[in-house]
Design a protein around this ligand. Sequence first.
Ligand code: RP5
Length: 165
Amino acid sequence: MSEQVKVGVVMGSTSDWEVMRHACDVLRNLGVTYEARVVSAHRTPDLLFKYAEEAAGRGLTCIIAGAGGAAHLPGMLAAKTAVPVLGVPVPSRYLKGIDSLLSIVQMPKGIPVATFAVGESGAANAALFAVAMLASHDLAIAGRLADFRRMQSEAAMASTLPDQP
Ligand code: RP5
């Protein structure tokens, strides 16, 4: 039997994948089960409602939602489920993601979306945040997160700058 999916990763379009794959990479590398799907607020609104309504019953612990432009997806998901939603603003063609960021971060009081940086750093950090939440009650995940952070620190300590003139 396949393992229970813990984290949902959704995005408004296949064009978001180049950013959102960084969230999936982190989850996979740290051994957290996830699913990745396209769910669009404006192109497939009924699917959005269904995904949000079924999230808790399916055992999702959080949903990482990436979208660009007038990025309704994270906020609409959060409006339809109490499962925590982590929003990732995807860079947009004309406004470079400022539109995505403001659309996601400026949620009115009452329905929160935890909003991360624009682009791949935001996608990766949203996944690391999800891992940190899971780590609080899963020792194996906590151990892998601690190893990741230790290796990251060691790499920074071992790094060198080019020779100076
Ligand atoms: C949003 O519109 C998506 O999240 C994507 O960032 C943006 C553009 O989508 P495409 O026109 O590339 O499918 O819904």
